[in-house]
Design a protein around this ligand. Structure first.
Ligand SMILES: Cc1cc2nc3c(=O)[nH]c(=O)nc-3n(C[C@H](O)[C@H](O)[C@H](O)COP(=O)(O)O)c2cc1C
Length: 369
């Protein structure tokens, strides 16, 4: 009983019904690219990594996964467009399900956040535009993209549809459409990156048309009850910024609401500010949370305290944790007993080692299996 009372006092550890899915707590693993899928094929070590983070009734969102051969922009990221990839995902999904967790796959096209090295036959990456991302001091150079022709776009929409079907065939409980962080969907949605003059450019409705077609196609293929989306209207990653993020987010939420039972909307907070040494989450998502009919997931800078606060305030139904969950495979348990957290090591976020910085973060009981 003492344990139950304690759990009742921890909002992120209370149960929640997402559509027909019963979650035992609200601590979600955010999608995290880890660059350890050699040759774009998920590897057995991913089963260890994800199952370490799986709990009964927990929700995990797998890393961004390419929908086609042109979708990649980083080394050794997984795909879900070939049968070999689908087969490789199956044991990973099984290992998560055996722990009683739910597992969604984030489906992704990087668009112009890529370079010719990642593209078939060294072609230019595709995008809404032929404007290259401005080089910054990170050392990454993104190639000048090729603007998709109007009649090519339905083929990309179809790649998302097929990827969603493949994800379900691999055993995933659903898919999350990656509509955030400056990748292909956002390159169309945001007015800094979309300079088209066809029906996919110009006004808000036109700029969102590609994303809406992807949503409609994926929903038609696997059912609204298995589809979520990630959006980041306020962010400015990869030269993708919108002059009216409120209007963009609201319009997209309205489109989601057109699908009865559309499962979840996962939104990334505006950039955090540091105030007196503490991260301050802007909590800028409330209008979208209020407008959306389904489950609302908030992400970006959350810790135990902030997560509890937003669940208690009904600002979000679920909270996705990225870096903290990356470094703490038993994050829900640590939240339960207010245990100290492992620190994440940024230098191994995107390296290719199958163990180091991946499956070797210690559990509370010091075992990493
Ligand atoms: C190593 C790493 C990889 C990431 N990969 C993805 C990804 O594949 N898809 C995505 O939507 N966001 C990705 N993100 C963003 C996270 O999902 C999350 O939104 C971000 O880390 C902020 O949340 P946090 O403060 O809890 O870490 C990544 C972040 C990190 C640190």
């Amino acid at each position: 009983m003492a344990q139950l009372d304690e759990a009742a006092a921890i909002p992120v550890l209370t149960p929640y019904k997402m559509g027909k899915l019963e979650l035992h707590h609200r601590v979600v693993l955010a999608p995290l690219t880890r660059c350890r899928s050699y040759g774009n094929v998920p590897q057995p070590h991913a089963a260890a990594y994800y199952s370490q983070r799986a709990t009964r009734g927990g929700l995990l969102i797998a890393e961004a996964t390419g929908v086609s051969a042109t979708a990649q922009g980083y080394p050794e990221t997984p795909g879900v467009w070939t049968q070999e990839q689908v087969e490789a995902w199956k044991p990973i999904v099984d290992s998560v399900h055996r722990k009683g967790a739910l597992f969604f796959l984030q489906i992704w096209h990087t668009g112009r956040v890529s370079n010719t090295d990642f593209q078939p036959e060294g072609q230019a990456p595709i995008s809404s535009t032929d404007k290259q991302i401005t080089p910054d001091d990170s050392g990454m150079v993104y190639s000048k993209p090729r603007r998709l022709m109007t009649d090519e776009i339905p083929h990309i929409v179809d790649d998302f549809r097929r990827a969603a079907r493949n994800a379900i065939d691999a055993g995933f409980d659903g898919v999350e459409i990656h509509g955030a962080h400056g990748y292909l969907l956002e390159q169309f949605m945001k007015d800094s990156a979309n300079d088209r003059t066809d029906k996919y450019g110009g006004n808000l409705e036109n700029r969102c048309r590609f994303a809406v077609e992807v949503i409609d196609a994926v929903v038609a293929e696997v059912g609204a009850h298995r589809v979520g989306i990630r959006l980041s209207p306020f962010l400015d990653f990869m030269d993708c910024v919108d002059s009216n993020p409120e209007a963009l987010g609201s319009y997209m939420v309205q489109q989601l609401n057109k699908h009865p039972g559309f499962l979840y909307c996962h939104m990334v907070e505006p950039r955090m500010a540091i105030v007196e040494g503490r991260r301050q989450i802007p909590h800028g998502l409330l209008p979208f949370r209020k407008a959306f009919n389904g489950t609302f997931i908030a992400a970006g800078g959350y810790d135990r305290e902030e997560g509890n606060k937003v669940v208690a305030d009904s600002y979000a139904d679920l909270v996705a944790y990225g870096r903290l969950f990356l470094a703490n495979p038993d994050l829900p348990r640590r939240f339960e007993i207010s245990a100290p957290l492992n620190k994440y090591d940024r230098s191994t976020f995107y390296t290719q080692d199958p163990v180091v910085g991946y499956t070797d973060y210690p559990f509370l009981d010091n075992q990493s299996a």
